[in-house]
Write a protein that binds this ligand. Structure first.
Ligand code: NAG
Ligand code: NAG
Ligand code: NAG
Ligand code: NAG
Ligand code: NAG
Ligand code: NAG
Ligand code: NAG
Ligand code: NAG
Ligand code: NAG
Ligand code: NAG
Ligand code: CA
Length: 585
């Protein structure tokens, strides 16, 4: 009996394997395998909207999220609506050839105010035998900030909840079931559910881990834009520092400070490679006042002002050539920014960037008429306050008149309460995903200039203290290790490699690592990373798991990396955020 059953199974799977991509990648086949109406409460799929076409030999270069690959896939789009709402949400799926499908589904997220990263990112799932999907949230090619207000003063809460967590969850549950039917897998067949995203995509990953923990086997969340109220208002902090200290540094002067910081702090980790792998030692031991008097010079350049900041890019402006020597005022601006937002009583309101990160938020704007550098109130810095805090349907604040550090904290408080159950995304209770056996891989660049690296550390430490209140720092971390690991990426910029520290590694094999953890039980003790530029391009490196930190020591005649625990370093990452009455996780 058993033998016959086995033969029959083989015959069936042989039939399934014989199905080609062209056979299944048609509109009529896809319509025929859509989940039935009633499968998802409140959701109606629209069969008329289905588009499907096969794509062969699509090549994608190595990037921050996955290595170079060439994939064949079936590109499908499919719309749905919510009961009682006249809305239209479009899903995009890339489905691997039936012969390559490995019972995996990958949900992907977005960046800035975009709910997705564009379809190329889906190749990062297809290359591992996963059907992969993205959503437009229901607003087509518009971004969330464009559909957030119905009018001055009126929030579109449906769009807000969709962006916050609902759309990504719907993408996942529809996609997993659709994949099952598309590949003709039985209800008993396990379809592994993965998530991958960075920045806003990192926040979206956490929105799923915190609310829908039992729907995911593995969540990869990079540099998350969570603790949204504080994170977004914090983009204005650097400008308020400049206004308060009444010094508006030419961009070149701050750039010189960053370069000199990298140069001075690079060796503190034991390896002189142009990369600050220990920004904590930099914080503890490097004194930027030593830079006063250092000459700087930059050629004229067109500047987007903002680089990879969180928010929209600004139109390019021309920066004139700049030269001079670093002033005490510029160093004071840098030091105040790196202390982080504090209220007028010296209580901490938010977490700073690490030394060595660019000062993107502090970029000033050249005023040709006055020939001077002025405050930058561009949308990347101020849109959140104007739109999401003040509810004025405009992309930026018109001035910072009377805005103080206390004002920023008041705005953070207002947004925190308003978006606590939608965008805030800092619930530290991960009991559901832990119990369900899901895994979380969290990473963050240590030279991120858009989302402070310490924001990820603060969340990790909140989870540890809430879930394992009776354990110490290292023992609690050891318990978290079972399902949640945080890796800081030496020299890493915001979800990208760093042109200022080109030898820095990027963890761009995360989905392979996660699959290995989920499906084979091989937990990442250190995280696999690859150098994506510079002289060491292609070289593999390992990243230490928090709270351990890398240190290169000359033990066997050559510098070897060790992951060590160092309490002074650990303490340099800890902020009590005592400007608020409630605990801020
Ligand atoms: C689901 O119901 C809607 C509305 O009644 C209908 O237009 C659509 O064809 C149905 N979808 C499927 C997959 O049967
Ligand atoms: C599906 O959604 C897309 C994107 O919003 C839209 O362009 C298209 O017209 C929709 N198709 C149908 C049949 O509603
Ligand atoms: C894809 O590339 C391979 C190798 O270059 C080639 O053999 C194959 O014919 C190509 N397939 C299609 C559909 O273009
Ligand atoms: C929205 O409010 C701002 C600030 O009060 C005002 O300048 C703008 O005209 C208003 N927009 C509309 C469409 O009323
Ligand atoms: C789906 O698989 C079942 C066995 O699990 C088989 O009987 C059926 O013919 C398959 N359907 C298609 C469309 O391949
Ligand atoms: C900082 O270093 C970069 C190279 O990493 C260089 O292009 C830039 O000109 C330097 N800036 C200053 C002000 O020295
Ligand atoms: C420095 O800038 C001034 C104008 O501000 C210019 O006259 C001078 O040539 C510049 N010097 C160098 C070394 O670039
Ligand atoms: C700033 O405060 C001063 C003094 O209270 C007040 O006169 C002025 O109108 C305020 N400016 C703005 C833009 O609120
Ligand atoms: C680790 O990264 C290297 C490239 O640096 C790659 O060859 C290797 O396959 C990766 N390992 C895993 C498990 O992804
Ligand atoms: C490490 O130690 C060996 C032997 O003592 C020495 O030759 C070498 O220069 C050292 N390397 C570094 C990078 O300090
Ligand atoms: Ca170094």
């Amino acid at each position: 009996m058993r033998y016959l059953w086995h033969v029959a199974t083989l015959a069936l799977s042989a039939t399934a394997l014989a199905t080609s991509l062209a056979d299944v990648c048609t509109i009529s086949y896809v319509r025929g395998v859509l989940p039935a109406n009633g499968t998802f409460l409140g959701i109606t799929l629209n069969p008329d909207s289905v588009m499907a076409s096969p794509v062969y030999n699509k090549s994608i270069q190595a990037n921050a999220f996955f290595p170079a690959t060439t994939v064949d896939y079936c590109g499908v789009t499919l719309n749905y609506s919510h009961s009682g709402l006249n809305d239209n949400v479009q899903l995009t799926y890339w489905l691997p050839d039936p012969a390559d499908f490995q019972n995996r589904f990958l949900t992907t997220g977005g960046e800035a105010y975009n709910i997705n990263e564009g379809s190329m990112i889906l190749a990062g799932g297809v290359m591992y035998g996963a059907a992969a999907g993205l959503t437009d949230g229901g607003w087509g090619s518009a971004s969330f900030d464009e559909v957030f207000l119905v009018a001055n003063g009126t929030v579109n809460w449906q769009n807000t909840y969709m962006f916050a967590h609902q759309a990504i969850h719907e993408l996942t549950i529809i996609g997993r079931q659709f994949s099952r039917l598309f590949y003709n897998r039985t209800e008993e067949t396990k379809i592994y559910n993965y998530y991958q995203g960075c920045s806003e995509g990192g926040r979206e990953g956490w929105s799923q881990a915190q609310r829908f923990g039992d729907d995911y086997d593995g969540i990869i969340a990079g540099s998350p834009a969570f603790r949204y109220a504080q994170q977004q208002v914090n983009h204005l902090f650097s400008a308020v520092v400049e206004q308060t200290l009444d010094y508006y540094p030419p961009p070149c002067e701050l750039d010189r400070i960053v370069n000199a910081t990298i140069e001075a702090c690079d060796p503190l980790d034991g390896l002189t490679d142009g990369v600050i792998s220990r920004s904590d030692l930099c914080k503890l031991h490097f004194d930027p006042t030593t830079l006063v008097g250092t000459p700087y010079a930059c050629a004229a350049s067109s500047s987007s002002g903002i680089g990879l900041g969180y928010g929209k890019r600004q139109s390019a402006t021309l920066n004139p050539a700049q030269n001079g020597t670093v002033t005490a005022e510029a160093v004071a601006v840098a030091q105040t920014i790196l202390k982080g937002l504090q209220d007028s009583d010296g209580r901490q309101g938010y977490i700073p960037y690490q030394p060595g990160a660019d000062f993107n938020d502090a970029q000033t704007v050249y005023n040709e008429e006055t020939g001077s550098w002025t405050l930058n109130l561009g949308s990347s810095n101020s849109e959140f306050v104007q739109k999401f805090v003040r509810l004025v349907d405009e992309e930026q604040l018109s001035s910072l008149d009377n805005v103080t550090y206390d004002t920023l904290i008041t705005w953070m408080q207002t947004a925190w309460i308003r978006y606590e159950d939608s965008l805030q995304t800092n619930n530290p209770d991960l009991t559901t995903i832990r119990k369900a056996g899901g895994k979380i891989l969290h990473f963050h660049g240590e030279s991120d200039s858009s989302i402070p690296t310490g924001s990820s550390v603060h969340y990790y430490e909140s989870v540890r203290q809430i879930m394992f209140p009776d354990s110490g720092i290292q023992d609690g971390a050891h318990q978290l290790d079972d399902f949640y690991r945080l890796f800081l990426v030496p020299g890493g910029a915001h979800c990208a490699s760093n042109s200022k520290q080109p030898n820095a590694p990027m963890p761009n094999t995360n989905l392979a690592v996660m699959i290995d953890w989920v499906e084979k039980g091989n937990a990442p003790v250190t995280l696999n990373a690859t150098v994506l530029s510079g002289v060491n391009e292609g070289k593999q490196q390992q990243l230490c798991a928090w709270p351990k930190r890398p240190l290169w020591r000359n033990t066997t005649g050559s510098q070897a990396m060790q992951c060590i625990y160092d309490d002074a370093s650990y303490q340099s990452w800890v902020y009590s955020l005592d400007a608020y009455t409630l605990p801020l996780y």
